[in-house]
Design a protein around this ligand. Structure first.
Ligand code: CA
Ligand code: CA
Length: 277
């Protein structure tokens, strides 16, 4: 489980406003963060709140102290509160203290801003996929996912923007050993009228049997409004320890870790950035 890293710079900061940066098409873009308590509660949440007058466009999260045993159960832009909500849970009993961080990408409302969701039915299938689609004429600016009633035993594997940025698909798998309960999966998307320079970029690391840290950079002068990621093949035996934008909103980072007893086969991680002027 050697760590492989492919990115230009890795920065997690408390909060930042893009002072001195070239003007973005969406005015007043900023990155805001929030943290949960540091303890060993089995599931906990953090919500990062956008500054007054700005809307949540997208966001991400980071788990500290999780040691391969804590994973995201929710990454969601909440249009009703203009918060980015992040929850994480222990896969099974884990004694150490850990903390979840939430990051919100905020800005003045772009024209046509709309929050869309799709939820699967509830059953105990070993994996599920959910797709949320933007209304006709609008395009996707960020992704999200949420597991309901997974009791920590369901691992989010992907939040993938479609190539044409019209939809986002989430997948999740039951963790190693399975889960007998019924659970469901949400896909969440944020849509808007097409932004100037809107462009999907991604970066891939692997396949191999190492943990991954992978970053994708927006083209010069563009900003990330949302992000996404996918892991190939580990099917519940690898989890995200982080999925977040850089402080300057010019890059996205995914950290993908094998579970506590590892995963022998090769797998890969792809991270996405949804960029615009
Ligand atoms: Ca099951
Ligand atoms: Ca394993």
């Amino acid at each position: 489980m050697k760590l492989r890293i492919a990115l230009a710079a890795l920065a997690v900061t408390a909060a930042s406003v893009l002072a001195g940066a070239p003007a973005s098409a969406v005015p007043n873009m900023s990155l805001v963060s929030a943290v949960s308590a540091v303890d060993s509660t089995a599931e906990k949440s953090a919500q990062a709140s956008c500054p007054t007058g700005t809307r949540v466009l997208g966001g991400g999260g980071f788990i500290s102290g999780g040691n391969r045993q804590v994973h995201f159960t929710r990454l969601q832009a909440l249009g009703s509160f203009d918060d980015f909500a992040v929850s994480a849970a222990e896969i099974s009993a884990y004694a150490s203290a850990w903390q979840v961080h939430a990051y919100a990408i905020c800005g003045t409302a772009p024209a046509g801003l709309e929050y869309v969701s799709f939820v699967t039915g509830s059953d105990s299938s070993a994996s599920k996929a959910a797709t949320a689609t933007c209304p006709a004429g609008k395009q996707l600016i960020s992704t999200g996912a949420r597991v309901i009633n997974g009791d920590g035993r369901v691992v989010i594997n992907s939040l993938v923007p479609s190539a044409a940025l019209t939809a986002t698909t989430s997948t999740a798998y039951e963790a190693q050993g399975g889960f007998a309960g019924n659970w469901s999966l949400y896909s969440h998307g944020v849509c808007a009228n097409p932004l100037p320079g809107l462009q999907l970029v991604s970066a891939l690391i692997g396949p191999d049997s190492n943990d991954d840290v992978v970053g994708a950079s927006c083209p010069a002068g563009k900003f990330t409004h949302g992000l996404g990621a996918t892991m190939s093949s580990p099917a519940g035996q690898a989890l995200y320890g982080g999925l977040y934008p850089s402080a300057a909103l010019d890059q996205t980072v995914a950290i993908a870790l094998e579970d506590a007893d590892g995963y022998a086969a090769n797998w890969s991680t792809r991270v996405y950035a949804i960029c615009a002027n």
